[in-house]
Design a binder for this molecule. Sequence first.
Ligand code: FAD
Length: 452
Amino acid sequence: MDTSSALPPHGGDDRLPTTIEVLVVGAGQAGVAMSEHLSAQGIAHLVVERDRIAERWRTGRWDSLVANGPAWHDRFPGLELPGVHPDGFATKDQMADYFEAYAARIAAPVRTGVEVLRVRRLEGRAGFAVETTAGPVEARYVVAATGPFQRPVIPAIVPSTAGIEQLHSAAYRNPEQLPAGGVLVVGAGSSGVQIAAELRRAGRDVHLSVGPHDRPPRSYRGRDFVWWLGVLDKWDAATPPAGAKHVTIAVSGAGGGRTVDFRELAASGITLVGRTTSYADGLLHVADDLRATIDRGDASYLSILREADAYVERNGIDLPPEPEAHVLGDEPACVTHPARELDLAAEGIASIVWATGYGADYSWLQVDALDDAGRPAHRRGVSTEPGIYFLGLPWQSRRGSSFVWGVWHDARHVADHIAIQRAYLAYASDADHPAAPPHASLAGAGAIGTEH
Ligand SMILES: Cc1cc2nc3c(=O)[nH]c(=O)nc-3n(C[C@H](O)[C@H](O)[C@H](O)COP(=O)(O)OP(=O)(O)OC[C@H]3O[C@@H](n4cnc5c(N)ncnc54)[C@H](O)[C@@H]3O)c2cc1C
């Protein structure tokens, strides 16, 4: 392995080297995984991170967040999560500590406190000119590992002049942070349902505006849903289900992990409403879609149970039957007779938490790797601009791509691709260099025929 340019983890603001073979932007789990696979290929690289390693796990989430997947699953292959039972759910700080420890363990050459400001193509030769807060660097290859969830998105529905506190789930930390009074949580993916439940437990009046979601069983027949999605080959699905660009999975590891059930949320006192559509004069309008949305979520839940049963039967596996899991309770009144509008003042709603997802910001990446809408143009992370790669994108190669274990596998593919390209470039024919040493070998790139 060529470690000649492997720099020790660094916290300072020293200048960067003037050239580097591969520059990885971002030291979240994606950047750390990328470093491991580049090192395994013997490829010199540097990871630059504007904050700290795994900063988004450390400070970009609410206080009580635990991982959505159990510790045996939501980790990299090379290291277990210390201090967490394999079937338990790591806290966000344990996750951040884990990636820090992992980076140290693999001696990842990370420079923290360095932001990449701009990447442009070099003129007349391969590679990229990179401007950073620690000076310029030329990189032959650049991997954008800046996260699947970069820029919080709040739909332009309630104006800031409406006199109500509004924040994105990315800025939510705990119930005490919000002004006294009721809360409307918009969005019922993993973030929205967990935040709504926490606010309700804290004694708040809570409305939850529910959009399309899948809600797998937390566990079924003694196996966690992450296992079922694995054996049923759903993590590896290459594209979202037809008709859905991205369907949120409503799942939670909170409280030891329980199936997200909107009936239970309603029974706890949360008022469910449909998708938030518009606002005028203190009135928030919601779509007439709540029942259909809940029914679709139930259908996704039941279909996993059926597929799981079929899998058990087909493979003759001894897992305890769980017929009661197929029985759904009655739909609550807020679902059978849903509100179509909310008078925020009359309902006592003093704040809105928008758990409405994230967008991307690649304005720093000034190369031909983005589509007209500014989204990555790529195939499994290999962009349309030769030499530029993405890692950690939602659905980069499969459903699991933005999750801890999935990004590790995508990183291997990206590193393989870089290694293969380097092997081609290392080729020298006898005509080029009559006295040249043996020809470059693609097999030596460790990549041809490697599938995962
Ligand atoms: C609330 C929430 C809970 C989640 N729970 C789970 C879970 O339980 N299990 C799971 O597998 N996944 C989970 N995920 C999904 C995913 O694992 C995380 O989003 C994870 O943080 C993604 O890692 P990443 O390295 O791809 O991106 P990030 O963690 O976002 O890291 C990207 C890094 O790039 C840095 N960066 C950005 N721009 C620049 C720049 N220009 N220059 C230098 N540095 C830059 C950022 O500071 C950041 O540290 C969750 C996501 C959310 C939002």
